[in-house]
Design a protein around this ligand. Sequence first.
Ligand code: BT5
Length: 230
Amino acid sequence: MITFDEIPSTNLYLKENYERFPDGTVVVALTQTMGYGREGRRWYSPRGGLWFSVLFKPRQSVDPHFYTKLFAVAVLRALERLRVRADLKWPNDVYVHGKKLAGILAEGIFEGRRVKALIVGVGVNVNNEIPKELAEKAISLKALTSKEWELMTLLRLILRYARSLLRKYSKKKEALTRVWKGMLMQKEGDEILFLDEGKEKWGRIVKIASDHLLVESNGELKKVCSLSLP
Ligand code: BT5
């Protein structure tokens, strides 16, 4: 495990240095100055939160979504152990009482179509402050449970679940997808608010896939890649 006091981003660090490190390397930072989410969105990473990335160097071709689901399920199981009931907002946001507690970001390094390395970044608001602009949207474990948590204990718990899920599901990927779907707050058949070329619209989920939702809206089928807040 590699620990930093401060770093721009643990995902970025592994993207730049993956060649030097073996499969399974974990990088943790107490604070990130340039933490990011999907499509380069900013991820606030003040002190007190758990910000880490795990490097995978798969021998066979893999679907990066398998690893995001693996960590989403592992984070939910770890939270369950702390008696915190969370749901997943599609695709991989961890929500409690309508507020985001954790986010997951998987990034692949490709050589042609082969994945050379895969980096899964996990950010969990633990004892940290939530910035003012996210007060309505985000929450920390401390605020939920009225106590502070030991970051390394939580990290080890998440990693333990991730390892055991990896052993159990690496040859049964569809089974993991079923577990993950069961944890999603959105279900096939639900009416949802989605973004269509920047505009919010209502539609019905026809099918949930790892990287998109098939949504029927006004008699048309749409591929949706991003959701509004629940
Ligand atoms: C995510 O992106 O949810 C993935 C976040 C992954 C962060 C980890 S931390 C370790 C590793 N190193 C990195 O640099 N990243 C990974 P996305 O679904 O795009 O959500 C981003 C949105 O979440 C932002 O636009 C904000 O609205 C919101 N947000 C930002 N910081 C947050 C925080 N600390 N807690 C809750 N929501 C936050």
